[in-house]
Design a protein. Sequence first.
Length: 63
Amino acid sequence: MTYQTVAAFTHSFSLLLFFVLFIGVVVYALWPGNKKVFERASRMPLDGDEHDPDTQQHTGGRT
């Protein structure tokens, strides 16, 4: 095997691998069963803080 043969095989294989990975991620993101999980995750920044606001959190010595 020459370097060109190995390089061509590696380029083709990695292109195929990343294409399959991309399709897998898109299918996972659009799968109907994941809708509730993604909706809950999208609301997380808007939910109230679960910690007591009167309680100070440890800031590593900073105030």
